[in-house]
Design a protein around this ligand. Structure first.
Ligand code: AKG
Length: 296
């Protein structure tokens, strides 16, 4: 995906900030990540809107993760979108830190660095366990709730991690290749026959930009299909999960600096995200200025 194509063309304030921040971060190299590999993956993302990253975690790691997540899967979905035969975990970081290595996997961060502005945010984090007999989820693209007409740059990006093997039978995510370039299309006009299942072994990741149409496939197998998913958004966009309320400060302190930033303990300088006129990360280091003032 060419960054240039997604640069705001009007020379506005926002554009100037974006340019300055991109320039400041252009020297950033994610530890252990080959920039050539990222270039090649981004070529695929540019062409199709998504890319599969095989086996970033071991099958054993996924089995351990599954054991951790199963007791937290509390309720069935409440509508067609959540899936009436699908169980989800929300507010994940408040409940377990076991998804953190996925959220901040270096290769994922290296891709996000190319798609979003620095200090991008975590928008939501979930586990999704699709039970046998579940129907296909309604088609959607993840940044559809930002009311900005398409075609346009993505406002977010997402990763779906296969905790179980993803197969055509058990509900592998279905993606519409090239749909990130579409204008505003009613979902009913999309031919389901053109959707491609993201078949991948456990521990693999499907990375896609927020403009890609996709959905969970129907689970026609006799076993559940577990995934985790992290969505990220531009630092100027509102997060879907309200992390300042969903994740306590004590819990955020247990996270890495990167995840703290993604939860919202960061700023898009100079004016977005401040607390008491300064970087909110101070709240995790010292005393809360709101507490200080309210104690007077
Ligand atoms: O579980 C999947 O494969 C996709 C889920 C999804 O796209 C969603 O719930 O937004």
């Amino acid at each position: 995906m060419s960054e240039r194509a997604y640069t705001h063309p009007d020379g506005s304030f926002r554009s100037a900030i974006a340019e300055a921040q991109r320039a400041a971060s252009s020297g950033t190299r994610r530890e252990g990540v080959d920039p050539g590999q990222v270039d090649a993956l981004m070529t695929e993302v540019d062409e199709r809107g998504y890319v599969i990253l095989p086996e970033l975690f071991s099958r054993e790691a996924m089995l351990t993760l599954k054991r951790e997540l199963l007791p937290l899967l509390e309720f069935e979905g409440r509508n067609e979108f959540e899936g009436f035969k699908t169980r989800r975990i929300y507010s994940v970081i408040q409940k377990t830190l076991s998804l953190n290595p996925m959220v901040e996997h270096p290769l994922i961060l290296a891709l996000l660095d190319r798609v979003l502005m620095p200090n991008y945010l975590l928008s939501q984090l979930q586990a999704i366990d699709i039970q046998p007999g579940e129907a296909r989820q309604p088609l959607h693209h993840d940044d559809a709730f930002y009311p900005i007409p398409r075609p346009r740059p993505p406002i977010g990006a997402a990763v779906i991690w296969a905790v179980d093997d993803f197969t055509e039978e058990n509900g592998a995510t279905l993606v519409a290749p090239g749909s990130h370039r579409w204008g505003d299309v009613p979902s009913g006009e999309i031919d389901p026959g053109t959707l491609v299942p993201a078949v991948m072994p456990a521990g693999s990741a499907l990375f896609f930009v927020g403009t890609v149409w996709h959905c969970a496939g129907p689970n026609r197998s006799d076993a559940p299909r577990m995934a985790t998913t992290a969505q990220y958004c531009e630092p100027w966009a509102r997060q879907q999960e309200n992390y300042s309320l969903a994740v306590s400060r004590e819990r955020a302190r247990l996270c890495s600096d990167t995840i703290q930033s993604m939860l919202g303990y960061s700023m898009l300088f100079p004016f977005i995200g401040f607390v008491d006129g300064r970087d909110p990360k101070r709240l995790l280091r010292g005393r809360d200025p709101a507490e200080r003032n309210s104690s007077r």
